[in-house]
Every structure is written in C-alpha cells, then in structure tokens.
Ligand binder design. Structure first.
Ligand SMILES: [Zn+2]
Length: 297
C-alpha cells in the first residue's frame, strides 16, 4: 500500500532454508504493511535476518533502519552505504523534489548503524541459509544499484523496470544519476543470466516472458531518451517538458492497454515529472553537443 493504493511498492521476502531475507524494504511508511504481510505467511519482522537493497531511494530502502534495529544485516552498494549511515544529504535532496510531502510519502527516515551494514562489491556472494546470493552492479537508474541473483532468480530493482498490473515495463528515469548507456548495459547483464523468475519492486514477479520484458524495457529506455533529446534540440525547457512528457508517457501506456486507473498507478510508482529533470541533466552533462545543435535557450 502506497498512499492508499495497492500494488505500487513491493518488498520481496525469500526463505532460504529457514533463513528469511528481504529484497528491498519499501518505504518506512510501508513497514506495518510488510510486517502484517509477513505475519500472514507465518513470519515475524524479527525473522528478517538479511536485507538486500537494490539501491537507497526511499521507496526501496526507507524501512531498512527499522529492520537493522531488529538485528538484520543490510547489504548495499559501496556508494549507497554512506547515505544509509547519514541520510542528511539524501533527505535534503529529496526534500527539494517532494517538499512537504516527504513524511506522507516515505514515513520516518533515520540512520542505519554502521555495524549493521555490509557493503557488497560487484559479483560478491553472500551465503544465506542453503543458498548463495550474488550482487551484480547495474547502474543506469542510480549509480549505486545492484540486482541480486540466486539460483535461477533475479531481484531486478528499478533497473529492470516498473511494471504494474497488465501494463508494460517502463524505465523509471529519476535524477540525478540517470545514465542511458549504463542502463542498456545493465539490462544486457540481466539478460545473460536467463532467469526463470524476475522480481520487481514495482511490482512483484514477472509472469510472462522475461526475455520479452527486458527487450520491451530496453526499447523504451532508448525511445524515451531520444524523445527528450529531440525536444531539447528544439529548445523546450522544463515547464513545457513536464506536461508534454506526462502526456507522451500516458499515451505510451494507453497504447499498451492501460486505463486511467492504471496510468495513475504508474504515476504514483514513478512520477513522470522526475523523468524530465533526469533526462535534462543526463543530456546536458553527457552529450551537450547533441542537445544544443539547434540552439537551446
Ligand atoms: Zn529508485
């Protein structure tokens, strides 16, 4: 449940031979929902001994400190760890985006004790119960993003797309670390694992072809990035791009069968205005020549 809407933010619980792990926690405001969902399958929140974070955005890691307080080990990319230990900078930058809605959206934010954190490097393996969970560095959405691979399963984080209900997969473009080339490479890294199961934080297990899911996502990363490039070349700025992209994304979703309710769910999981700031920064930082050809204002 996020802002009263079901099916937006997921925490994925996996039992490894008696040991319980969570892949992402959801926001702190989702903690009680996760606790009651765990009770329904016969667990207590204290049974969560391992928390594997895809990245540190609040909808994925916001409740990590609650699990750390209860004794869980928190696994995270090196570049994310400092923000868990001292979330002040992250809070400041998120407050610039979300303003007064911070607490409503994400709940309480508190530091994670340093001794509860274990930094994982690319390809590093953690033994959990009877299994081995491997972290794969997968930047693009965030520079400090991991997907996790065990047996024939992948927990995909945000790099593997947002896909709600019967809608298509879309790439959550958010500032400040969007990097399109890395995104394509990260999708390729997931593809070669040929997983039988792919779990998404937004939302749940992919129930049809994972190869097709990844292809469709890959195409959208490319097409959406080019859409922004072309608009920037024509001199559009943020005020025009925000409503224009919201319309473009909604049309893209509707073309794949989404109704108004589902379009609103996508907007809740991945607000379209964030893609504008992300894409502007990406093009101007990494390819300034591509977006100034026709003379931007
Ligand atoms: Zn994210």
């Amino acid at each position: 449940m996020q802002l009263g809407r079901p099916g937006i933010i997921a925490a994925t619980a996996v039992e490894f031979g008696g040991e319980l792990a969570l892949f992402d926690t959801g926001a702190e405001s989702n903690f009680e929902n996760v606790a009651s969902a765990l009770r329904r399958i016969g667990f207590d929140v204290r049974d969560v001994r391992h928390v594997f974070l895809s990245h540190i955005h609040f909808d994925h890691a916001g409740a990590a400190w609650r699990f750390a307080v209860l004794g869980a080990k928190i696994y995270v990319h090196r570049r994310g760890a400092g923000h868990l230990i001292d979330p002040a900078k992250l809070v400041a930058s998120a407050t610039r985006i979300f303003g007064d809605n911070m607490e409503t959206l994400w709940g309480r934010i508190a530091p994670v004790a340093e001794q509860s954190i274990r930094i994982l490097e690319d390809m590093e393996i953690v033994r959990v119960g009877s299994s081995e969970v491997r972290a794969l560095e997968t930047p693009g959405h965030a520079s400090h993003h991991h997907v996790y691979h065990w047996e024939d399963n992948v927990f995909g984080g945000d790099i593997a797309g947002v896909r709600l209900g019967k809608g298509p997969p879309i790439p959550p473009f958010v500032p400040p670390e969007l990097h399109v080339e890395s995104w394509h490479q990260s999708i390729a890294r997931i593809r070669v694992l040929r997983p039988a199961n792919l779990y998404l934080p937004h939302f749940g297990r992919v129930t049809d072809s994972i190869a097709t899911h990844l292809d469709v996502l890959d195409e959208r990363v490319h097409r959406w990035a080019e859409w922004f490039r072309d608009r920037l070349r024509h001199g559009d700025e943020e005020p025009q791009l925000i409503p224009a992209f919201a319309e473009y994304e909604a049309a893209d979703l509707r073309a794949k069968g989404a109704d108004d309710e589902l379009v609103r769910d996508y907007e809740c999981a991945d607000p379209s205005y964030m893609a504008v700031a992300a894409a502007l920064r990406y093009w101007r930082k990494y390819h300034p020549g591509e977006v100034s050809a026709l003379g931007s204002k």
